[in-house]
Structure formats: C-alpha cells, structure tokens
Design a protein. Structure first.
Lengths: 519, 318, 263, 485
C-alpha cells in the first residue's frame, strides 16, 4: 500500500540524504529500518507521511500511498491520507507533544473511540496509569519515557493502517519496553496493521519485524528477512553494527573488577524531591568517586532524571545536600558560582530541547569552549571541531541549526557541549538512546577514556543493561524514589537481589536469542 | 490554587501601582500650567476675585495637604468637585465613561477578531502575496494620523456620498445603542488603527508558534488545519497577543480623544481634554485615576490569561 | 524573478530613494518655509508650484524642509523606546522576584498614564522640542515593549536550552542576550515599524494640539492643512504621500530584515 | 439711545414657520448644565439661557433696548437707579413678573456662586428694594452713569423668586426647557410669550465641541444651523448652494489685537507704540489670518456699536514707522503669542514680516492656548502680546478692561487715564457721558496700547432658507426664525 520509488532527497548544498531509495510496504508488512545515526531514517519516515524538513528537498522519486503521491499532492489530500492510513511517531515525542493540552485531550484528539474507558485502556496499553489525576496532567509533568509512551498511545488511538515509528523504545526500561513491544505486536497481529519500525534496538527489530532494511549514509546497504540479516549479515556495515551491540551476558562475563576508587567527588545525602505535589525522590543518598562510572538504573518514571536535575541544581530539592569535592553546593543552579556550575555537567534526556533553536550548533559548543577554557576565537573553533569529531560529527554540521540535524546528531551535540565545559562530574541522562550501537559504543568509549585519563566521574542513566555491564563499575537501582540496590556491576546484575533489579535483568534480551523466532 | 494566589498577588500589586499612578497624576496636574480659578471666572474678573476664588478652591494651599485629602477622598470614591461646573467629578464622569465603554466594547468586538484573523492569515501564509498586501495595508493604516483618518471618513461617508451620520448624535433621551449607525464611523476609525497594529504582532507571534515541533507533529498526525491552528498553534501565540489586546483596550479608553472630538462623541477623552483646557484639576485627576485603574485591570487580566494558557508558567507560579 | 518583477521592484526602490533624498537633502533646496508669500490656500503658480498652505506659506518649500525632522526624532525615539523596553522586559521576565516586581510596577504606572496626559504635561513642562517628543515616545512606547518582552521571556526561561547555557557557565547577561533574546524578539520587532509610525504621528499631533510644531514637518503639514483639503488638496496630499512612502518602506524593510535574521 | 421698542418684536423673515430647528453650538463636556443663569459659560449654555430667560435690557442690532424693563432712570448724582418693569409679563409657570422677582434675581446674580458676580460689584445688593409691584430701586456703592450699559445690558436675566433648582429653569423667555439628554437640550415655544408666539415650535440645542464637527453635522443634515464655523470652513462652503454662511459683522465679533503695555519698556515711549501701529498692514492681516472673514479695526474696541467715536481709519505708513523706530532706537521686539483664537499665530507671523519691512526684527514667543492664560496675574507684565476682546460698546469695554484692577489691563493704562475713566463712568447725563467716553476713545486711539487690527466676525452656517436669526450680544436668537416656504 506504500510504495517508494527511487526517492532521492538532498540538502540545500545538494549533498544527498537519501539516495534513490526504493521500498514497498504491503498491507500488514512489518519492516524494520536500522542504521547509523544520520543515515536518513527519519528523513525516510517523514517522506512516508509526505513531509520533507525545511532545508531538505526532493530531487527525484515518488512516495505512493494507496496510489497517491504524497510528496506532490495538495495539503488537503495529504491530510486525508495521513488521517486515514498513516500513524507517525516522531523521533523525540517530548518536544512533539503540545505543552498546553492535558493528557486526556492529547489522547482523545486522534482517537476513534473517545470514551473515558477507551482513554484509560489506551494509557494502560503503554503501561501508564489511567487514573483521572494522571489524565489531568500536562506533558511537562511526565518523565521522558512516559512522554514517549504517551505519544505512542496517542498515535495508536487513531487505529491507523500503517504505523511509522521512529525509535519508539528510546528511554524505555526493559519492562516497559517489553510491554510496549508486545502491545504493538498484538496490534499488528490482530488488526494486520503494517509497521515501519525505525530503531537502534536490534533486539526489538528482531522481535517486531519480518523484513529488515539497513541504511547507511542514505543508502540501503542490505535488506532481507530480519532473521537472515541479523543471523548472517552480508554487508560489512551490518556486521560492524551487530558487533557493536553490548549483550548483558557476555559483558558480565567479560566484566573486570575496577581499580580502587579515587576520592569522593560528588556526594548526595538525604535527597528528597517533589514534582507537582508528589514525592518523587525520597531520602536518596549516593557517592561518586573520581574516575568512577556509576550507572543509575530504574524503571521509567522512577525519578532518575529528577535525581540528575536535583544534583545539577536545575530542580530545587525539598531536602538533602549535594557536596562536590567536600564543599556543599547551593540548592539551585542560580545560586552556584560559575566554577561549580561547570564542574558538574548534565547531558539532558531531552537533548533537542536543550539546544537553542536559533543558534548554529557549532556556535553553541564553541561558546562554552571559549568561556570555559578562555581560548581565542581561532583556538576555540579548532577545539570545537575536535570535540565534534570526537562524537563523530563532521565539521560541515557546525553551522547548522539544531532542527537541521538528525536526532542522534543533536544528542551528540549536547554531549560535545557538556564535554567542552571540562567538568569533573558528568551526568549522562540516556545519552545513547538515539544512537545506533556503533556510534553509541564509540561515544561511551570516549567517556571511558575521559574517566581513565582525566579522572572525570561519570553518572550514567540508561536502560541498556549491556551498556551498563560494559561501561559501568557500580550500579545504583532506584525504585519508588528510593535506592533499592547499590553495588558493583557483577553482583548487582549477576545475582540480582531486589525484585525490580531482577525484573529488569530478566527483561534484557540479547539480539541473537530472539532473531528468527517470533516471541 | 497557584492560580488563585497568583491572582491575589497581582491584584495587590495593582492597588500599589494605582497609588503610585495617583501620585504621578497629582504631580502631573500640578505641573500643568494655569489655575482653575482664573479659568472658572469670567473674563471681567478682578484680581481680588481671582485670589478669592483660589482660596475657595483651595488651590492656594500647599500641595501635600491637598494630596492627602484627595487620596482619602478617592478611597471613598469621592473625587472632589469640578472647579468649572461645581458638579461632583464622579457624577460628571459617569456618563462619558459609559459612552466610552460602549465605544471601546464595540471597537474591541470588531478589531480583536479582525486582528486575530488577519494576523493568522498572514502569519500562516508568511511572505505570500496576501501577506505582503496585508502588511502594506496595515502599515499604511497605522501611519495615517487619527484625525486625518477620521476627517477623511466623514468627508467620504457623510459628505460626498451621504450614507452615514457625520457626528455621533444619540437620539433624545436615548443612547448610541438606539441609533447604532452613529457608531459606525468612530468604530471604523479606531478599528483601522487598532486592528492593523495588533495584526502585525499577532502575525509575528503566529510565525514563531508555527515553527514549534508540536505544531509540525500535529500536522503530521493529519489533523484538520482548523484544529491544528486553534488547539496547537494559537496557545503558543497567546502571550504577546494577550499583552497586545490588553494594550489595545486600555489604550482605547484613554486614546479616543481625536475620534471623540471629530465625531463629537461625548466620551472620557473629551472630558479629559476639556479638563486640561479648563485647568479643571479635580476632573483631570479623577479621569486619570479611572483610566489608570482600567488599564491596570486590563493588564492583570492579560497576565492571568497568559498564565492560564501555559501550564508551565503556572507551576513556576510567577 | 520575472523581468517584470525586476522592473517593478526597481521603480519602487527608486521612489523610496527619492523620498529619502528629499527628506535628507530637501532642506538645502528649501527657500524660506516659514515665510508667508501670499494668501492662504492659493492655488499653484509659477512662484509656488504647489500653492500655499493654510497660512499662505509656500507648500513646496515646506515639503522640502519638512522631511528631515521626521527621519531624526521619531527614529531615535523609537529605537530608544524599544531598547529600553527590551531591557526592562528581559530583566523582569528573567529575574523573578524583586526585579520583576519593580519592572512590572513601572510598566503599569507608565501604561496607567493616558498618553494624552503625558504629551500635554511634557509639552507644557518643556515646550515643544526634540527632547520632549523623544521623551513622550519613550514614555508611551517603552512599557508596552517591556510587557511583551516580559511575557515572552517568562515562557522562554522554562526552556531547556536556557538552563543548559547557564549550567555550562554562561553569565546571566549572556544567557539573556544570546539564548533568550533571539527567541523572543520577533513580536517586538514586528511592533517596531508601527511604533515608528506612531512616533511620527505624535510629532504631528503636537501641532494639532496647538503647540508650535517647531518648524515644518510632513506630519504637522497634514494636520495644518487637512481642514482646507477641499481648497488645496496638494497641501495635504503631497506630504501625506511622502510620509506614507517613508513609513511603509521603513516597515516593509524591517519585515524583510526580521525575516532574514530569524529564518 | 433708549427707544422703548421692545427687543424681539414681530417676526423678521417672510418664510414659513418652522416645526423644529436643530442647532449645533459649541460645548464642552465639563460645561455646567444649560439654563443656569448663575453658571453660564459660552455657546450652548448661553443660547439656552437667552431663550429661556428675558433680561431687563439687551443690546439688539447695535442698540440698547429694554426687554423686561420699561424704563431705567437714575437720581441726580447717579447713585441710585429706578427700574420700572413691563406689565403683563408672566413666567413659564404662569406667575406674573413682580418687582420682588427682580430684586431676588439681581441679588442672586450679584453674589457667588454666580460666575458673573463681578458685573454687580458696584451695586449695593442688600439695599435693592421693591418700591411697588413693578418698580425696583437699585442703590450703587459709587456714582455710575453707565449703570444700564455696564450692568443691565451686560447681564441681567430675570427668574422668579424662590427658583433654586436650575435644572428645571423657569423664566419669562420665548422658550421653556422641556428636556435635556446627553449634550442635547430641547426647548419648546412659550405660547403665552409676551413678545408674541415664537415662529419655531421646538429648538434642539446640540452641544458640539469642534467647529469642524459642527459644520459636517450641518452638511450631513444632523443640524439645521451651526453656530461658529471656522473661516476655512466658511471658505470651503462658500460655493455650496445647500448652505448659507451667516456673517456676524463687526457688531458680533472678536476684536483682535497686539497689546503693548505702556508701563513697560520699550512701549513706555509713545513713538514706539505709534510706529508699531503704523507699520502694521491691517488689510493684509485680515485677509491672511481671517481669510477675509472680518474687517479692519482702528485700535479701539466698539466699532458699529453704540457710543463708538467714529475714528478715522488708520492707514499704513512705513516711512513714518521707520522714522519713529529709528528715533526711539528700537530695532528688535519680542511678541508673546499663541493660537488663542484661530488665525492669531498666523497674524503674528505676518506682523513679524511687516515689522521687518519697517526695519524691526520681531521674535515670536509661541505658547499653547492653555499656557497662554495660565496665570492671569502675570498677564499685565508682558510688554507685547497677542490678545483678543469681544467687541462690546466702547464704554463697556473700557470700563471692564482698562481699569487698574482688571487682569486684562494688558495695555497698562496710566493713572491719569483711569481718573478720566472713573469720571466718565460717574457722569449721569447720557449725552455728557457719551462725550466723555468719546474723548477717552480718542485718547486711546492717539496713544493707547492696543494695535487693534481686525474684527473676527462670528461665522455661522445654516440650511438654505433659514432666515431671521438675530444676534444679541453675539448670542443667536431663533424665536423669529422662518424656514424655507
Ligand atoms: N513537573 C512534574 N510535575 C509532576 N510530576 C512530574 C513532573 N515531572 C516529572 N514528574 C513525575 O516524576 C516522576 C519521575 O520523573 P523522572 O523524569 O525523574 O523519571 P525518570 O526516572 O527520568 O523516567 P524516564 O526513565 O522515563 O526518564 C515521574 O513519575 C513523572 O511522572
Ligand atoms: N533540515 C536539514 N537540512 C540539512 N540537512 C539535514 C536536515 N535534516 C537532516 N539533515 C541531515 O540529513 C541526514 C539524515 O537525517 P535523519 O534525521 O534522517 O537521520 P536519522 O537516520 O534519523 O539519524 P538519527 O538516527 O540520529 O535520528 C543527517 O546527516 C542530517 O544531518
Ligand atoms: Mg532520526
Ligand atoms: Mg528521565
């Protein structure tokens, strides 16, 4: 029902973003699209719904939905097609949710069935509470993962015939991810809904799709039955991609005891934080040593970001103390002197929102470089290029505006900016959620080197246990706003004690197992 | 809850503000040259008489005393008496206030939707032919001085092709409502400026709002344009618009002077101007305070609206 | 663009340049704009090609002399008002608490005073002069600009990039000017052109209210001669057209600029 | 002269009587309610007042005439006056006019809050007595032979004793006030009017602040008669066959002047005053500043009014002026001016050009009309300033304006002059007094301080065919108006 014929999309400089891409999505087909960050996945997804971002243009080819060329049809037709057939989940829902609409209205807007009950079930399907109080909240009152799921629920409530999902599982913990995926699966099976599943999560792709397309630099480097591609990859890139995936089991076996910890840099004691009227963090304490890498684990909505924000001072905690190198920090960012502000850097979960839409990303990084290191404009420019290189961003991206970058590229800009500040405590909130395994691994290796060489302490929030096992030394598990588990990676994850931990571990699925079989 | 506290805080602030305004007004009318005494006496007055009248009006006493009395009175809604006609200011102002109120209400009813509509259209079709045209027209409309606009309107619609009354003359024992046609020209004159000006800001706000990701997302979801605009786009455009319309309304209350003179519309501004001419300080200060009150209220409302629309501000509680 | 478009645009540009030229260099050519040369409202003659105005002065001379005051005072005043408003609004929206309170009060007080009153009081106090008109424009313009700015800023400070910038060690000032300003300035700039027009009409209004409008200026000319428009249309038409071209050009120019800067 | 022919005699125009007439008149929102003789300002309120009340005496068609009075006679030394009242006059409420009413009225008018109290300053109010039903005796504080023209003619509306609520005025005039709403006042004809039933059944007096608005209202047919239109308006409508522009003539005009204060340098030198007067081209001033809607004046108020010493026209004489200036060594002067009446600024500019021809540099110090009269106290301290008076009989004008206490004594008359003025005022015999005032006028003409250059006529406009509008002391009366047949 959707047919892409020789689609070629280029940016204003003529550099192609999609190269003569041809693809057919039949009724009920489930097609996975994986590939490097910046490969053109989102561009493809948008093309499917007949949209092209400003700064890009269609050079050649068509996208036919039920025979209608959505790239050339008038707005009215396109609208009808979208409403009738297509459901598109944008890459970072947080910014795509209208901030002035309560959850209830967000859901009813597109819904085919607008009854109270229906709304509640839609929320339940994605593992969100359906109660009235929750329905009365606004998007900004949700955690990243919750926003992600809200967007998904909103989308599915329209019962489209084809779902086009751009990285629907980013920022979801194992359990929720499990639930969401089986929901989707269920939907697909029951109603024969077609699926275009863009993801960096190969395991999810394996589970959800029959046909897999591997994109690299705007080109299809390999495609075929998902099992085939994942089982016996032919293209070099695909192999590299698979190799980069961190699998919990193997990593745990590989895991080596860390060197003796350095001095404590960051200490959080009795931290209690309230969001709205609800206590989100309840007397949380933890330590971070120099050069150490501490993973913060927990189900979506358990308070990880809140913790991160309270530590950086972006959010004023109800009670508790944060000390940096022995000195107690002011509760709010505004009260902290420049030096202290720079020493703790947060790479926020919503990287898009953290970039000034009106400033070229290069300038954004360069400014921090100059301020932090007191460099001349020239030196700063060089340093900026270097940093962007480190996170795998070509310098040609430097003078683009955030909206002219891919999701993953934006995320990496945010990382580069944090690095530029030269912090000794780095808090990474889901920093690899939008990155493919390969690029993600590269970024994490970069962080490791920072730790070992500069003794930077790392607090990383992630749902990818494989990554935790590969890059973390210690794990803290949050649940219901309390620390329920704390210890070296191998014994916390190897022999999980607390049931939350156990559940999370159980939910971690290696790519290999599931490939082929349809769970 | 935060909303209520906010409202209370704002209103408290408003009162404080009014006091300051009162002080400034008083000082201002002190600066205004001339005294009620010589103005209210006939041309044949002798020097003694002027002095005597001064004493009667109390303008010879030092200002602090008079200020305190005035404020004290104002709190009891007693704004003193006109030095010209001897009537209580409150009575004197009631009718014009009502008249202006009507004029403003009608003008607002016309120009706010108009400005919204035009602003939206040109904002959504930015840089299109329609947008360009509207912009040019708006600019012209704003650039022509009010008295010229009013004058031309009379010339064309009351004189050359007599279809409308030249001055706003309500029927005996009635109000403008009994003869709506007399409102047409004044309202047009005011709207031309108001709508044109406001539409420019609306346009800008709409352009900004149109660029936000959630609006794009709403379109990609295939929602009808109408829904996209009303539910997703407009809320983002509210803050500047709210301020604009608050300014428009309050501005209208005090700023209809020219129109009122040209169309002989017996409104507040005429009272104000006449008061200035006659050095009728009591009236001047009274009207001034009244206008100030209206304006402050308008802007408090604007703030409330902004806060009501954007939940993030509400939590921030500012 | 098509050939025709080019021609059209070219002509427009020429017209605008001509008007600006008249405004800037007219005074050099103008004879004695205040000299009464004949009876009021007399028609065109070799001596005075555009006839005379409401008090028998040569319209052409006044047109030539009457542009410059408008390109100086209103522009300066409007720029001042906008800058001031921006500063206050940004400060108020960004620093909650005391600053905000003070700024808001200030706005309310200024907004609370009817413009007519401000105009009259100042004109009485200082008489008609560039300073007075500037003051009036600033006093009446600033608070509104500041209100809009504040409202927009309040929203912007909640945005992630503002926090991020500050967290990476930027000072309040650079956060305000580099991060927030570009994201809120559009409505303010959109208002700028209008404000300019208002400033111009204010200078005219001063004459209208019977204050010496300090030498000829196109705005004042309109108000002086509008009553006799049936007797000598050109006394109003010519300055009106020139004025119109000037303000419209200024506005559309600004629009273009804004469009460029904030793509 | 005192011919007893009553004002408001039989109808003037020959056209049809009019069922109702709408009149647009100047009016400010802050004006007190029309019809209160104790608080009348200008325009609408004054018109209503004149139609509702009769006065003891009025100035009609340039003659003093009795209205409610039948005769007014002084005693030997003019310290006490006896007023005989017309009989058979009834108030709107049917009561007959009695001496008691006059006593009451005069006392009320003479005391605050009446804003014309100053007119009665010389009357010994408490001692006013009713001799019989139709005779009133008015004692004065000082001998005044000009009691009639300086007091009764100026302002003497009569209302019944006991009338306190002036929102429901009761007079003996040709009209009764029926209702008031907004700025409109409705008057209906008084069937029993002693002077004969008015020809217009209903008058609607509509207050309209702005002259332009009044004219456009007339053209739009919203009013039938516009009181006070601008010269420009008159010129614009000159060709309009639908309208008739009514010119008040010098008798109903403002007398425009550039006042020189003889007490202050350089005008303490009579040669300078003379030179300025000779340097001015009055015709040019009138043609330019008044668009020709006026007549040149010859330095003394009162032209075309009783008691005017028909003075010779003052011709321009540049050489003479130059010589005098040179002798007095004057090369520069400063004029305080402003648009206090339409055209004044313009006239000032032109005067500057005219003086330049006489070799004198005149600098204009422009003020706003509001600022101009800001402080009456200081008016008499400016050497040279633009000024205007309403054209009144010379005697009345000189008495009111040129005496020592008048704030408007802007020409700084000398003690000697004021002595003569007082003497003249005291002269009981009409002929002798008139002669005395003539002398005063001649003196003023010779070396007074006014450069009185023109009379700005009252300009009204009315629908074609509306005739018989009379002007009494610059106030329009409509009781004898006839419409298009
Ligand atoms: N402004 C707010 N008002 C009320 N509740 C909020 C607000 N922001 C977040 N919450 C709630 O606080 C809880 C913790 O939010 P937080 O963002 O810390 O979760 P998280 O651990 O980061 O989840 P995720 O992994 O999905 O990002 C969530 O349940 C969320 O619903
Ligand atoms: N508006 C734009 N103007 C110019 N180039 C753009 C624009 N938007 C995206 N690009 C470029 O197009 C390429 C593909 O972008 P796209 O968002 O499709 O990548 P992606 O596969 O979705 O990456 P990610 O997995 O990080 O989201 C990127 O290199 C990006 O820099
Ligand atoms: Mg993408
Ligand atoms: Mg989070």
């Amino acid at each position: 029902m959707i047919e892409i014929r020789g689609l070629r999309i280029a940016d204003t400089t003529g550099r192609p973003v999609l190269r003569d891409l041809t693809l057919t999505v039949g009724d009920g087909d489930r097609i996975g699209v994986v590939g490097e960050s910046g490969a053109g996945k989102t561009t493809l997804a948008l093309a499917l719904v007949g949209a092209v971002r400003p700064g890009l243009r269609v050079v050649a080819g068509q996208v036919l939905v039920d025979g209608e060329d959505v790239l050339r049809a008038g707005p009215a037709e396109v609208r009808r097609v979208r409403r009738r057939a297509l459901g598109y989940l944008p890459q970072d829902p947080p910014s795509a949710l209208t901030p002035t609409l309560r959850i209830r209205r967000q859901l009813r807007e597109l819904a085919t069935d607008r009854t109270e009950a229906a709304v509640a079930t839609r929320l339940a399907e994605v593992g969100l509470p359906g109660d009235a109080a929750f329905q009365r909240r606004y998007p900004h009152q949700l955690s990243g993962g919750q926003q992600q799921r809200l967007a998904l629920a909103r989308l599915m409530s329209g019962d489209p015939r084809v779902l086009i999902l751009d990285e629907p599982t980013t920022g979801l913990d194992g359990l929720v991810r499990e639930q969401v995926l089986s929901q989707l699966r269920h939907l697909a099976d029951r109603r024969g809904v077609g699926l275009v599943f863009i993801t960096h999560d190969l395991a999810a792709a394996a589970r959800m799709t029959d046909h897999l397309v591997v994109l690299h630099d705007g080109e299809v480097v390999e495609q075929g039955p998902t099992a085939e591609v994942l089982g016996h990859p032919r293209a070099a890139y695909t192999r590299r991609l698979l190799a980069a995936v961190a699998d919990l089991r193997t990593e745990l076996d590989r895991w080596a005891a860390p060197p003796p910890p350095g001095p404590v840099v960051l200490e959080v004691t009795g931290l209690t934080a309230v969001r709205g009227r609800r206590v989100v963090l309840d007397d949380v304490s933890l330590r971070l040593h120099a050069g150490e890498s501490l993973a913060l684990l927990g189900t979506s909505g358990c308070g990880k970001t809140t913790l991160a924000q309270s530590v950086t001072g972006a959010l004023r905690p109800q009670a508790g103390r944060v000390t940096l190198g022995g000195r107690t920090l002011a509760a709010t960012l505004r009260r902290r002197p420049v030096a202290e502000r720079r020493r703790i850097q947060l790479v926020p979960q919503d990287s898009t929102g953290s970039l000034n839409p009106r400033r070229p990303v290069g300038a954004a990084i360069g400014r921090v470089v100059r301020r932090a290191r007191g460099l001349t404009a020239g030196e700063a420019a060089a340093e900026t290029r270097r940093l962007m290189g480190l996170v795998g961003l070509g310098e040609e991206l430097a003078d683009r505006l955030p909206r002219e970058l891919s999701g993953g590229q934006r995320q990496r800009v945010a990382i580069a900016r944090a690095l530029a500040a030269g912090a000794d405590v780095l808090i990474c909130d889901e920093v690899t959620s939008n990155l493919d395994a390969q690029v993600g691994a590269a970024v994490l290796r970069l962080l490791d080197s920072l730790r070992t060489e500069l003794g930077v302490a790392l607090l990383m929030v992630t749902h990818d246990l494989g990554v935790v096992a590969r890059h973390a030394e210690r794990v803290v598990v949050l649940s219901g706003g309390r620390v329920v588990d704390d210890g070296p990676v191998d014994d916390v994850l190897g022999t999980p004690r607390h049931e939350v931990t156990r559940a999370l571990v159980a939910a971690a699925t290696p790519v290999a197992d599931r490939s082929g079989s349809v769970g | 809850m935060t909303g209520l506290r906010f409202l209370v805080r704002r209103l408290g602030a408003a009162v404080a503000t009014l006091f300051v305004v009162a002080v400034v007004l008083f000082a201002g009318s002190e600066v205004l040259p001339g005294d009620a005494a010589s103005a209210s006496l006939g041309p044949d007055a002798t020097l003694e008489e002027v002095e005597q009248r001064r004493a009667e009006l109390g303008v010879d006493r030092p200002w602090p005393g008079r200020f305190v009395e005035w404020i004290a009175g104002a709190i009891r809604l007693d704004l003193g008496v006109s030095s010209v006609s001897g009537q209580p200011v409150v009575d004197l102002v009631a009718a014009p206030l009502a008249a202006t109120g009507l004029l403003v209400a009608v003008t607002a009813a016309v120009s706010v939707p108009l400005a919204m509509g035009l602003g939206l259209v040109s904002g959504l079709r930015r840089d299109g032919r329609l947008d360009r045209t509207l912009s040019a027209v708006a600019v012209v409309a704003v650039s022509i001085p009010q008295f010229v606009v009013a004058g031309l309107l009379v010339l064309v619609f009351a004189d050359l092709l007599p279809v409308l009354p030249a001055i706003s003359l309500p029927p005996l024992g009635g109000t403008a409502l009994d003869r709506p046609e007399i409102l047409v020209l004044p309202v047009t004159a005011l709207t031309l400026f108001g709508a044109a000006w406001a539409s420019r800001i609306v346009r800008a706000a709409v352009i900004d709002a149109d660029a936000t990701p959630h609006v794009e997302a709403a379109r990609l979801a295939g929602l009808p344009e109408r829904v996209v605009v009303w539910r997703h786009l407009l809320p983002a455009a509210v803050p500047p618009c709210a301020q604009t319309f608050a300014w428009l309304l309050s501005g209208l209350f005090g700023g209809t002077a020219v129109v009122e003179v040209v169309f002989n519309y017996p409104g507040l501004s005429q009272t104000l101007v006449a008061a200035v001419r006659n050095h009728d300080t009591a009236v001047l200060e009274g009207v001034g305070l009244l206008l100030a009150a209206i304006i402050v209220v308008a802007f408090v409302l604007a703030d409330v609206v902004v806060m009501a629309v954007d939940p993030r501000l509400r939590v921030a509680g500012r | 663009m098509s050939r025709l478009r080019w021609v059209a645009v070219g002509c427009l540009v020429l017209v605008v340049l001509a008007v600006v030229g008249v405004a800037l260099f007219g005074p050099l050519l103008a004879g004695a704009p205040e000299q009464i040369v004949g009876l009021p409202y007399s028609g065109p003659s070799p001596a005075s090609p555009l006839g005379t105005d409401n008090s028998g002065r040569d319209v052409l001379d006044r047109v030539l002399a009457g542009g410059r005051p408008l390109v100086v005072v209103p522009v300066v005043a409007t720029v001042l008002a906008t800058l001031l408003g921006l500063l206050l609004g940004l400060a108020g929206g960004y620093f909650a608490g005391v600053v905000d309170t003070v700024v808001s009060r200030l706005d309310y007080v200024l907004l609370g005073l009817p413009p007519v009153l401000i105009l009259l009081v100042l004109l009485h106090g200082w008489g008609y002069s560039a300073t007075t008109m500037t003051a009036v424009v600033v006093l009446t313009g600033t608070p509104f600009v500041s209100r809009v700015t504040r409202a927009e800023t309040l929203r912007a400070v909640e945005d992630g990039y503002v926090v991020a910038a500050y967290a990476t060690g930027d000072s309040h000032l650079s956060v305000i000017f580099r991060e927030i300003l570009p994201n809120i300035i559009r409505p303010v700039l959109a208002d700028f052109g209008t404000r300019l027009a208002i400033a111009v009409t204010l200078t005219a209004a001063a004459g209208f209210l019977g204050f010496g409008s300090g030498g000829p200026n196109w705005g004042a000319m309109i108000s002086e001669n509008v009553e006799g428009i049936r007797l000598t249309p050109w006394g109003v038409a010519v300055p009106a057209v020139l004025l119109g071209v000037m303000t419209v050009a200024a506005n559309l120019g600004i629009d273009r600029l804004v469009g460029r800067v904030l793509r | 002269g005192d011919d007893a022919e009553p004002a408001g005699g039989p109808s003037g125009g020959g056209g049809a009587s009019v069922p109702s007439l709408k009149i647009g008149a100047p009016h400010a929102v802050t004006d007190s309610e029309a019809g209160n003789p104790l608080a009348t300002s200008i325009g609408a309120t004054l018109i209503v007042m004149r139609h509702v009340y009769d006065s003891l005496m009025v100035l009609d068609n340039g003659e003093y005439k009795y209205q409610l009075a039948e005769s007014v006679e002084p005693n030997a030394d003019a310290t006490e006056w006896t007023i005989k009242l017309r009989s058979g006059v009834t108030f709107h409420d049917g009561r007959p006019l009695r001496a008691a009413d006059v006593v009451h009225s005069l006392r009320a008018l003479g005391t605050k809050p009446s804003n014309r109290a100053s007119v009665y300053a010389l009357v010994d109010l408490p001692k006013i007595t009713a001799v019989d039903d139709l005779t009133v005796r008015v004692p004065l504080l000082a001998p005044r032979g000009d009691f009639k023209e300086a007091v009764l003619v100026v302002f003497s509306p009569i209302f019944p004793e006991g009338l306190t609520d002036f929102t429901k005025p009761i007079g003996s005039g040709p009209y009764t006030l029926a209702e008031r709403s907004g700025t409109t006042t409705r008057l209906v004809a008084n069937e029993q009017y002693w002077g004969g039933r008015p020809t217009v059944d209903e008058l609607h007096v509509v207050g309209i602040l702005d002259a332009g608005a009044r004219l456009s209202a007339l053209k739009a047919g919203q009013v039938d008669y516009a009181i006070g239109i601008s010269a420009t308006g008159a010129r614009t409508e000159a060709a309009n066959s639908e309208l008739v522009v009514h010119r008040g003539g010098p008798a109903n005009a403002n007398a425009l002047s550039f006042a020189m204060n003889q007490k202050l340098k350089p005008f303490d030198d009579p040669r300078v005053r003379q030179a300025v007067r000779l340097a001015a081209d009055r015709q040019a001033l009138v043609d330019n500043a008044l668009l020709g809607y006026g007549t040149t004046a010859d330095d003394v108020v009162g032209m075309k009014l009783p008691g005017y010493a028909d003075l010779p026209p003052r011709a321009r004489d540049l050489d003479q002026a130059r010589r005098l200036f040179a002798e007095a060594g004057v090369t520069a002067l400063t004029l305080r001016t402003g648009e206090i009446v339409p055209g004044m600024l313009n006239a000032s500019r032109l005067l500057a050009q005219q003086l330049k021809e006489a070799g004198v540099e005149l600098t204009l110090e422009e003020l706003s009309p509001d600022a101009y009269y800001a402080d009456l106290m200081t008016l008499a301290t400016h050497p040279f300033q633009a000024f205007y008076y309403s054209n009144r009989p010379a005697a009345v004008h000189l008495s009111a304006v040129t005496h020592a206490k008048a704030p408007f004594n802007v020409t700084g008359t000398s003690e000697a002059y004021q002595g003569k003025l007082a003497a003249a005022q005291a002269t009981p015999d009409d002929k002798a007094r008139e002669a005395a005032f003539r002398a005063l006028q001649e003196e003023f003409y010779a070396e007074g301080g006014d450069l009185l250059w023109g009379f700005q006529e009252q300009l009204d406009a009315g629908r074609k065919g509306i005739e018989g509008v009379r002007m009494v002391q610059s106030v329009q009366l409509f009781d004898r108006v006839t419409g298009p047949a």
